[in-house]
Design a binder for this molecule. Structure first.
Ligand SMILES: Nc1ncnc2c1ncn2[C@@H]1O[C@H](COP(=O)(O)OP(=O)(O)OP(=O)(O)O)[C@@H](O)[C@H]1O
Length: 298
């Protein structure tokens, strides 16, 4: 089995609202997968259906190869859905012990998980005094301590400061690369997603608007900016794939694979090359293109 989450023609109606419409999506096992979309696109609904918290109106979803609601698959799937809540007068350590007991987990190394999410110093303080970021990290420890194969995180960096966001990004990447946990996350932080995720799905009004490797989705807006002299010769060699950028540079629409040959051709034609660098290629551009221009902060 190489699929972590598979949705087939998934639909969900809440009264007159169609939160998901005929969504077919396959999220591979391994790596970090981002589910993106404007507010109300259906990201949380997809996650809630996958976790057995909400019943779909049509279609089906499998998690780790098992039908929705399968207890064994759910035990192998951790989750942090929106800001996690803990009994406020328990300490971080007690909260993990309480949740482990509730889920029937027997051999959990609480200290190791508290260390891993950098909560060792705060472990014996009550959760009530924790910051948003600390609660998110405690939620992540709670989701991971039972050794899941996949983890679903709904906006894991919401309400965090830039340092907290960078730490969370590092931890998530490490969990995927070193621990082999498949991470599926929803986020509005497109620059973070671009740095963190291997693949993404872009949802728009409950539909799948785009899906693919981050590199492939961003390739359309990525250009090679070539600063060279004479510019006219560069434009001549590039033909339709070149456009002037100021007086001494050209934007070339080429792929990474084509770049070395282009640079060799320019040198062979006697062009003096001062600089060649990639510009553009932001995930935000792809997001705007596929969702009709809405980018949400927060
Ligand atoms: N329990 C519910 N009852 C009624 N409508 C709901 C319910 N849950 C979600 N919806 C609606 O379904 C649509 C999709 O919501 P969902 O929370 O899945 O979007 P989202 O992409 O996660 O949005 P956000 O980025 O704001 O978290 C929205 O229009 C929302 O108002």
């Amino acid at each position: 089995m190489s699929v972590a989450l598979e949705a087939q023609g998934l639909g969900k109606r809440f009264g007159t609202v169609e939160a998901l419409r005929d969504l077919t999506l396959s999220i591979p096992l391994g790596g970090v997968y981002g589910v993106l979309g404007p507010n109300g696109a259906g990201k949380s609904t997809l996650f809630r259906i996958a976790l057995g918290l909400v019943r779909p109106s049509s279609g089906s979803v499998k998690v780790l190869g098992a039908e929705r609601g399968d207890i064994k698959a759910l035990r192998r799937t951790g989750s942090v859905i929106e800001n996690p809540h803990f009994p406020p007068y328990l300490t971080g350590r007690q909260a993990l012990q309480f949740l482990a007991a509730a889920s029937g987990a027997r051999t959990v190394d609480f200290q190791a998980w508290l260390d891993r999410v950098e909560l060792s110093e705060a472990a014996d303080r009550v959760v009530k005094g924790y910051s948003v970021g600390m609660k998110q990290r405690l939620g992540l420890a709670a989701a991971l301590m039972t050794g899941p194969q996949a983890v679903i995180l709904d906006e894991p960096t919401s309400g965090m400061d830039p340092v907290g966001i960078a730490d969370m990004r590092k931890l998530i990447r490490e969990l995927a690369d070193k621990d082999g946990v498949t991470i599926i996350l929803a986020s509005h932080q497109l620059d973070e997603v671009q740095r963190l995720c291997d693949r993404v799905a872009i949802l728009d009004k409950g539909r799948l608007a785009a899906e693919g490797a981050v590199d492939a989705l961003t390739a359309a807006s990525r250009k090679l900016r070539i600063e060279a002299s004479p510019v006219a010769k560069v434009l001549d060699i590039l033909g339709e794939r070149g456009q002037p950028d100021g007086r001494d540079a050209v934007l070339a629409t080429v792929t990474r694979a084509e770049a070395p040959a282009l640079i060799r051709a320019l040198a062979a034609a006697g062009v003096d090359l001062t600089e060649a660098r990639w510009v553009g290629g932001e995930l935000e551009t792809a997001f705007r293109f596929h969702t009709g221009g809405t980018v949400n902060a927060g």
